[in-house]
Design a protein around this ligand. Structure first.
Ligand code: PLP
Ligand code: COI
Length: 347
């Protein structure tokens, strides 16, 4: 079936693959992982995940390098973040080694779906933990299921990589509460972003930018990714308790330092967008996606923005962003030296 895929136009979609890898958590222990071609999950309708949303997940990628080797990018970081998300939900946390091993198994079992080198495509790995205990009272789930599934993917937007997108600010919608779960990768954060996302998309925007939920003054992040700006020789990215600690952003900051830039992690007022040379969304799915304009609207429902910030880089990716992009993609493709030992090899 993978043979029928056009690697050059994958976009970011579900596609049936060969196998998923599954483990069950009961009485404080994870079962030995099994691989199965049955992608359906049968659960009691009282299962915690259906009512109280006990679900958290991860996203990471495997790449086929120019040298033919298969690299997973920083799975140890995803393992740590998933552990923190599971602990926040009070459900079983997956040990780091088991996480990485199950991801490697998932890639191996679906190896014919790993895009070849040269198409700027990869295998997206989606590990998910759900709370499965049947119940009716509000409580955490004692039992859980951990599933690792994969999908061959191209760009998140479906456009050519590095195609700039438009964005709008969502001032009257938040994806996280001030003392809530914004810094964890829990399904609830995404559930509440769907309504404003649908609205923004129907208005023709490619991305939605959330402000800090306490004051709606500072930039938090996009619904799918972190915010990164370039100003001269500086890499600027928000410091906030309500954003996801992006592994891509963390890696890009290191790359920026390696390239001789300085890195500023601080509160960024929305108005500062006018002073930036380049703006991007960054994350596993979006990699680096340039943002060409940001509309500021009092309410997302309003037809006209109060203000529009147009980026000087316009229809092009910014020069500095492109340098950073080339370095990180080069490391993932085995072209640039992996000086920080980020990649984990399959076999
Ligand atoms: N922010 C949000 C809301 C995300 O969904 C993601 C994607 O995982 C990111 C940021 C980027 O995080 P990472 O680079 O670890 O994929
Ligand atoms: C990722 O980048 O891995 C994510 O989870 C973002 C999601 C919107 C696809």
């Amino acid at each position: 079936m993978a043979a029928e895929l056009d690697w050059s136009s994958l976009g970011f979609h579900f596609r049936p693959t060969n196998k998923i890898v599954v483990s069950y958590y009961k009485e404080g222990q994870w079962s030995a992982p099994v691989t199965t071609s049955d992608f359906t999950v049968a659960l009691n309708c009282f299962a915690n995940v259906f009512h109280y949303g006990s679900a958290c997940f991860e996203g990471l990628k495997a790449f086929r390098g120019k040298d033919g080797k298969v690299r997973l990018f920083r799975p140890d970081e995803n393992a740590k973040r998933l552990k923190s998300s599971a602990e926040r939900l009070g459900i079983g946390a997956v040990p780091e080694q088991m996480f990485t091993q199950m991801c490697l198994t998932a890639v191996k079992e679906n190896i014919d779906f790993l895009p070849p080198y040269g198409y700027n495509a990869s295998m997206y790995i989606r590990p998910v933990i759900i709370g499965t205990t049947p119940g009716i009272g509000v409580s955490s789930s004692a039992e859980a299921m951990f599933i690792v599934m994969v999908a061959p993917v191209g760009t998140y937007s479906g456009k050519k990589s590095l195609t700039p997108l438009t964005a709008t600010v969502a001032r009257n919608y938040d994806r996280a509460a001030p003392n809530g779960t914004g810094r964890f990768k829990v399904a609830a954060n995404y559930a509440i972003s769907l309504f404003p996302y649908n609205m923004a998309h129907s208005q023709g925007y490619g991305e939605l930018l959330f402000l800090d939920p306490a004051t709606h003054t500072y930039i938090d992040e996009f619904g799918s990714s972190n915010f990164l700006a370039i100003q001269g020789n500086k890499y600027v990215t928000p410091l906030s308790d309500s954003i996801l600690p992006s592994i891509t952003n963390k890696s890009l900051q290191q790359v920026a330092l390696d390239l001789g830039l300085t890195v500023e992690k601080r509160k960024i007022a929305l108005e500062e967008v006018a002073d930036f040379d380049e703006i991007n969304a960054c994350g596993t799915a979006v990699v680096i996606t340039p943002i060409k304009s940001i509309d500021d609207k009092a309410r997302l429902e309003d037809a006209a923005p109060v203000k529009t910030y147009n980026m000087p880089s316009g229809e092009e990716v910014g020069k500095t962003s492109k340098k950073i992009y080339d370095r990180i993609r080069g490391i993932q493709d085995g072209i640039e030296e992996d000086i920080h030992n980020w990649c984990v090899f399959l076999d």
